[in-house]
Design a protein around this ligand. Structure first.
Ligand SMILES: [Zn+2]
Length: 85
C-alpha cells in the first residue's frame, strides 16, 4: 500500500477525531455557561409576592414567609391580607 495514502488516512482520522472532540468541548462549554446563567451569583432569586418580580434574595424583604421587592409592596400585600381576613 502506498505510504502516502496511509498517512493521508491517518491524518483524516485525526482531523475528524479532533473536530469531534472540539465540538464536544464547545457543547460542554455552552452547557456550563447556560448553567451559570440560570444560577446567578450572590444568592438565590426570590419572587415578590405583590408584583411577582424576581430579585436576588439579598435585595428582598421577608415578611410572614413571603418575599417582597420593596417596603411599599410589603405594606400593600399585608393590607390586602388584612382585608381578606
Ligand atoms: Zn414588588
Amino acid at each position: 500500500m502506498n505510504l502516502l495514502l496511509i498517512r493521508l488516512i491517518i491524518f483524516a482520522v485525526l482531523l475528524f477525531a479532533g473536530l469531534k472532540l472540539y465540538r464536544m468541548y464547545r457543547e460542554w462549554k455552552l452547557e456550563r455557561e447556560e448553567a451559570d446563567r440560570s444560577v446567578p451569583q450572590g444568592g438565590q432569586m426570590v419572587r415578590c409576592a405583590w408584583c411577582q418580580v424576581h430579585l436576588p434574595e439579598d435585595d428582598a424583604l421577608r415578611e410572614r414567609g413571603q418575599w417582597f421587592c420593596s417596603p411599599d409592596h410589603r405594606d400593600k400585600y399585608l393590607e390586602e391580607q388584612k382585608r381578606e381576613e
